[in-house]
Design a protein around this ligand. Structure first.
Ligand SMILES: Cc1ncc(COP(=O)(O)O)c(C=O)c1O
Length: 396
C-alpha cells in the first residue's frame, strides 16, 4: 500500500477493518512498537549531549508515557495534570521539566516537590518560586531556566502559526527585554538562572530551518553568558520536529538534524552543558490512527460530503490549522473524488478536511493517519455531548 509505505498510517486498511470489528469505533489506536522504534531512532541520531524530553501535551495517554519512561525519556510538562501523570510514573528530578506561559502557585509547588527544572516565563513565575522556597526554609540556590521569545534579528524559520515567530507572543521574555529582566532577577538570592528555553517554530520538517532556529537559541545563551555573566548549563531548544500530513510532504531528516546539532556544539565550544529537545508530534504523531465510520453521504451543489461518526469533538486540528490528516477508506475501491469530511455535530464548524476518496457509503470505515499527536486531548470532547472517542494501545 503506497500510503503505508510513505509512513503516514500506523496500520493498514485490512488491519483497521479487523480492529474495527473487535473494538468500539470511533477510536484512536496507538502502536507502542512504532513509538519505541521512533524514540530509539531519534536517540541514535542525536549527539549524546542532546537529551530528549517528551512533550506530554502531544499525547498524554498513560500507555504512551509509560513506554517512553521505560525508554529513558524525560518529560516536558505544562500543567498540573501532566505533572501528576509523570509523577505517577515515578519521574523525578532532571527527568521532569515544567514550562508554560501561565503557572499557578499549586503547579509550581508540585514542580518543586518533584525536583523538576522550572522554565520561567516571567517575573511572576520567579516570585512564586521564591515564595515557595522561602516557605520551605530553602537556604540553597535553585537552578532555573528562562523561556526567551527571540526577536526578528535571527531570521527565524517559522512553519506554523501554532507557536513561534518573531511577533508579539504570550510566551517567555522578549529577547529585547532580557538584559533588564536579568538585572531585576538578581534580587532573588535563592534562584540562579542557568538555563534557557527557546521554542521558535512548530511542525518544521526541514532540518536546516530547525537548525537555524537552534543556532539563534545558542546565540542568545552566549549573550546571557558574556553580557550577563551567567553560567548556562541547559539549553532547551523546544519541540517542533515536524511530520508529513500528506504523501507530497517530505519526512524530517533526523540524521541531518543530529549532525547539525553536533556541529552546533562544536561551533559553540564555550557551552559545556546539555542541549534538550522536547519533541511531541514527531514521536507520537505517526504511531496513531483514528478510526471512524461514515454515517451519511450527500452530493450538494457540486460537492460530495461524507458525514462521519466523529468530528471536531474527536479531532480538532484540521479546523485549527486548515490542514487535513491523511485519510484512506478501508477496503473501499473506486475512482477517487474530492470529498468533504464533516462530523455529526450540529455546527458548520464541524469539518475534518477535503480529501480525494473513493465513493463512500454508510458504514464505510475511514482511517486517519498521523493521528497520534494533538488528537484525542486537543479535541472539543464535550461540545454537543456526543460520545467520546476511545483510545487503544497495541503492539505490532
Ligand atoms: C514548550 C513546548 N515544548 C515542546 C512542545 C512540543 O512541540 P511539538 O509537538 O511540535 O514537538 C510544545 C508544543 O506546544 C511546547 O509548547
Amino acid at each position: 500500500m503506497k500510503d503505508q509505505e510513505a509512513g503516514l498510517f500506523a496500520i493498514d486498511g485490512a488491519r483497521a477493518l479487523e480492529l474495527a470489528e473487535k473494538n468500539t469505533i470511533p477510536t484512536f489506536i496507538y502502536r507502542l512498537d512504532i513509538l519505541e522504534q521512533r524514540f530509539r531512532a531519534l536517540r541514535t541520531a542525536l549527539p549524546s549531549r542532546v537529551r530528549l524530553a517528551y512533550a506530554v501535551k502531544a499525547n498524554p495517554h498513560p500507555g504512551v508515557c509509560a513506554r517512553l519512561a521505560a525508554l529513558g525519556a524525560a518529560f516536558d510538562c505544562a500543567s498540573e495534570g501532566e505533572l501528576a501523570l509523570v509523577s505517577g510514573l515515578g519521574q523525578r528530578g532532571d527527568r521532569v521539566l515544567f514550562a508554560g506561559p501561565g503557572k499557578s502557585d499549586k503547579e509550581i509547588g508540585m514542580a518543586l516537590d518533584l525536583g523538576a527544572r522550572i522554565e520561567a516565563d516571567g517575573m511572576e513565575d520567579l516570585e512564586a518560586i521564591d515564595r515557595h522556597l522561602a516557605a520551605r526554609g530553602f537556604s540553597g540556590t535553585l537552578p532555573i531556566s528562562l523561556r526567551v521569545h527571540p526577536g526578528a534579528g535571527h531570521g527565524l524559520a517559522e512553519s506554523s502559526r501554532i507557536i513561534g515567530g518573531a511577533g508579539p507572543s504570550a510566551f517567555g521574555i522578549d529577547e529585547e527585554d532580557l538584559d533588564t529582566f536579568l538585572i531585576q532577577t538578581r534580587r532573588f538570592t535563592r534562584l540562579c538562572v542557568s538555563g534557557l528555553q527557546v521554542f521558535a517554530a512548530s511542525n518544521e520538517r526541514n532540518a536546516t530551518r530547525l537548525l537555524a532556529n537552534h543556532r539563534a537559541a545558542l546565540a542568545i545563551a552566549e549573550a546571557m553568558t558574556t553580557r550577563n555573566g551567567l553560567a548556562i548549563d541547559l539549553i532547551d531548544l523546544g519541540g517542533g520536529l515536524g511530520i508529513p500530513y500528506s504523501t507530497d510532504e517530505s519526512h524530517l531528516d533526523i540524521t541531518a538534524l543530529g549532525q547539525g546539532l553536533g556541529k552546533l556544539l562544536e561551533d559553540n565550544a564555550w557551552f559545556k552543558g546539555e542541549l534538550l529537545l522536547e519533541p511531541g508530534r514527531w514521536l507520537v504523531g505517526p504511531i496513531g490512527v483514528y478510526l471512524s465510520r461514515v454515517l451519511r453521504t450527500k452530493h450538494s451543489r457540486g460537492s460530495d460530503f461524507a458525514i462521519l461518526e466523529g468530528g471536531v469533538n474527536h479531532l480538532l486540528r484540521p479546523a485549527l490549522t486548515g490542514q487535513s490528516f491523511p485519510v484512506t477508506a478501508a477496503g473501499v475501491q473506486g475512482k477517487k473524488q474530492a470529498t468533504i469530511l464533516a462530523g455529526p455535530l450540529c455546527t458548520s464548524l464541524d469539518r475534518l478536511g477535503t480529501l480525494d476518496l473513493p465513493p463512500l457509503a454508510r458504514g464505510d470505515l475511514l482511517v486517519f493517519g498521523q493521528a497520534g499527536a494533538y488528537g484525542f486531548t486537543e479535541a472539543m470532547k464535550d461540545f454537543l455531548s456526543h460520545p467520546a472517542a476511545g483510545e487503544l494501545c497495541i503492539e505490532g
